[in-house]
Design a protein around this ligand. Structure first.
Ligand code: KG4
Ligand code: ZN
Length: 365
């Protein structure tokens, strides 16, 4: 099995993954610590990862033993090496690298976005029916990656070979949700708060732009949308905003985001001719996006796949899973050094060619 450690932002995630999927997982979300500041405070995030990692690892090892009846046999330790907050990444990387050294196992530097991309292929090894990974996902296909830090349209040429077709020129979608929630006084994190408020919003009461919808390319821009919300609120801000007015703005904002994402995905599918779309990252937890993308893009004969809800936002399982893939592709590291990267384009990764499966491992070309 591979032990995975995620500390790129404000979630401490730990999980054990084997060839049949996730055996045990634990997650600690720091949202309460950062809520007072309205966003993630990097220094606090790093400190909190230090406090939470060891207890979470202990829990995961104990849960795995309970689930399987034997102490877990760990072959490698995977950690998120980037992109993310450098201080937070260093905590996970140093911790994972030390475990690898003391257990005499290889360490695997995982790309956080590749972990998001591979999440829909992940299964829950302890359950028979639910959360079965999508085994019919074969490249080439398209991925819409929508999180707090990234908004990208990616072509998966083969596993490990990623081509960026479009990206945001300013704010990421999750960031736009968070900033809009702050403007509306809806708390943090903004995505779930805006989604909740939008449920009682009335259609057609507030009109917001769909940025770059007709730009002719596959790029996005979301900072203008946030500015439009600010302008709509005017100088008085939220001072005389009642719940209904707040819900109407949340509804209009969410609808503008979803319309834009659906339409850019449709254009990317038309241009590439692919008939499979994966939607991943924290914003993929948004029900309105899940429904509209499935209905509108899915009605045109394209398979639209989302990870289960708990594997949309950051978690240790997807890191262990991506680490498992890289380990099977013999791309683990055995030296002692490690580095983390705040920025790290997906296009720099190496291909992983898995040609044949036998009982014990995937064999690499
Ligand atoms: O993938 P993730 O956990 O962390 C990053 O790698 O960035 O994504 C977090 C982002 C946050 O901006 C959060 O507001 C957004 O995902 N998010 C949502 C929802 N749940 C989380 N956005 C819209 N609707 C949601 N239900
Ligand atoms: Zn993420």
């Amino acid at each position: 099995m591979v032990l995975g450690i995620e500390t790129s932002c404000d979630e401490t995630g730990v999980a054990l993954v084997g060839r049949h999927g996730v055996v045990a997982e634990a997650l600690y979300s720091q949202v309460a610590e950062h809520a007072a500041y309205g966003g993630v405070v990097p220094e606090l995030a790093a400190r909190d990862h230090v406090a939470k990692l060891l207890p979470l690892v202990k829990n995961v090892l104990a849960d795995a033993e309970n689930a399987t009846g034997t102490p877990p046999n760990i072959g490698a330790i995977a950690y998120t090496a980037g992109p993310g907050l450098v201080g937070a990444l260093l905590v996970g990387a140093g911790f994972a690298r030390s475990l690898a050294y003391s257990w005499q196992r290889p360490a695997i530097a995982v790309h956080h976005l590749e972990a998001h991309v591979l999440a829909p292929l992940m299964a829950d090894a302890t359950s028979d029916s639910s959360d079965l990974g999508e085994s019919n996902i074969e490249p080439p296909f398209l991925v819409l990656l929508v999180s707090g830090g990234h908004t990208e349209l990616i072509e998966v040429v083969e596993f490990g070979v990623y081509r960026q077709l479009g990206a945001t020129r300013d704010d990421a979608v999750g960031e736009a949700f968070d900033k809009t929630a702050k403007l509306l006084g809806l708390g943090y994190p903004g995505g779930p708060a805006v989604e909740q408020a939008a449920k009682t919003g009335r259609a057609g009461t507030v009109v917001l732009p769909r940025p770059m919808l007709h730009s002719g390319n596959l790029d996005f821009s979301f900072s203008g949308l946030k500015t439009a919300v600010r302008q709509h609120l005017g100088e008085r801000g939220t001072s005389d905003l009642d719940d209904q007015a707040r819900a109407n703005i949340a509804y209009a904002f969410q609808q503008a985001v979803v319309d834009t994402l659906v339409s850019k995905c449709q254009r990317a599918l038309d241009q590439t001719g692919h008939n499979l779309l994966l939607v991943v990252g924290g914003v993929a937890a948004n029900q309105c996006l899940r429904e509209h993308m499935t209905q509108q893009v899915g009605s045109k004969g394209v398979d639209v796949v989302f990870p289960p809800m708990r594997w949309c936002t950051d978690n240790g399982a997807m890191v262990a899973w991506a680490g498992w893939w890289r380990w099977q592709a013999q791309q683990a590291q055995s030296d002692l050094g490690f580095s983390v990267r705040a920025r790290w384009p997906l296009s720099e990764l190496e291909a992983m060619t898995l040609i044949q499966e036998d009982e014990t491992r995937l064999v690499v070309a």
